[in-house]
Design a protein around this ligand. Structure first.
Ligand code: ADP
Ligand code: 5GP
Length: 216
């Protein structure tokens, strides 16, 4: 039996570009892909639920997990610690479920070197002005936090060249369609196909043809 391994998709973007929105919509439409819930020391925003949006822990707990080697990658982003659990990823990938990691550029670099077959996508806002509007419109961060996130955006955006795909999130439906197209195309890459099934079903086509034509 072909036991397909899940694909790891890594999505990065400057804060406010819309990656959470895109990833959530994708996962709600496609049961074959799940968002990997990260651990963070950041305080929950209104409406964020523990173990759904993030697993919220304090810095001592986070540092203990680093010492235990629990993270496949972790980074300090905007003054908080964020990390991806090895166990959570392995569980999904081994069950054949595709995983989407919404992580920053430092974490994406670590994932790319650890999982060379992972697929990375960079989400761009249509402009810096729109990015500012989206960060303010989200109403989840203080003006000080928003200013820090905007200041970091330019450096983050310059990382786009290290990613396999770039999606401009101007119209949400168009950006979502592009994200879905990447997932669909990656799933049918030749190196991920069920080679054994193809060989079993079509590998002996020549001898079958000979048998068939013998009767004529
Ligand atoms: P990120 O996860 O990249 O920080 P979010 O997904 O939280 O960004 O999006 C930031 C804000 O922008 C949210 O209020 C979201 O509803 C809004 N948003 C996301 N994509 C679009 C879009 N294509 N057009 C307009 N608003 C958007
Ligand atoms: P936010 O606080 O807005 O939810 O996320 C801030 C940044 O942290 C975003 O760029 C997000 O992609 C990133 N992030 C979220 N989870 C992780 C993680 O597990 N690892 C890393 N490296 N970055 C993460």
């Amino acid at each position: 039996m072909f036991s397909r391994k899940g694909i790891i998709f890594v999505v990065s973007a400057p804060s406010g570009a819309g990656k959470t929105t895109l990833c959530q919509r994708l996962c709600s439409m496609d049961s074959g892909i799940k968002h990997s819930v990260s651990y963070t020391t950041r305080k929950p925003r209104p409406g964020e639920i523990n173990d759904i949006h993030y697993t919220f822990i304090d810095e001592d707990e986070f540092r203990a997990m680093i010492s235990e080697g629990d993270f496949v990658e972790w980074a300090s982003v905007h003054g908080n610690l964020y990390g991806t659990s090895k166990r959570r990823i392995a569980h999904m990938v081994d069950s054949g479920i595709d995983v989407i990691l919404d992580i920053d550029v430092q974490g994406a670099r670590q994932i790319r070197s650890f999982f060379p077959d992972s697929v990375s996508l960079f989400i761009l806002p249509p402009s810096m002005d729109v990015l500012k509007e989206r960060l303010s419109g989200r109403m989840s961060d203080s003006p000080k936090v928003i200013a820090a996130r905007i200041q970091k955006a330019t450096d983050e955006i310059m990382e786009y060249e290290n990613y396999s795909y770039v999606i401009v999130n101007d119209a949400l439906d168009k950006a979502l369609a592009e994200l879905k197209a990447v997932v669909a195309a990656e799933r049918i890459k030749t190196f991920r196909t069920d080679h054994r099934w193809i060989k079993e079903n079509f590998g002996n086509v020549k001898s079958c043809m000979k048998e068939h034509f013998k009767t004529y």
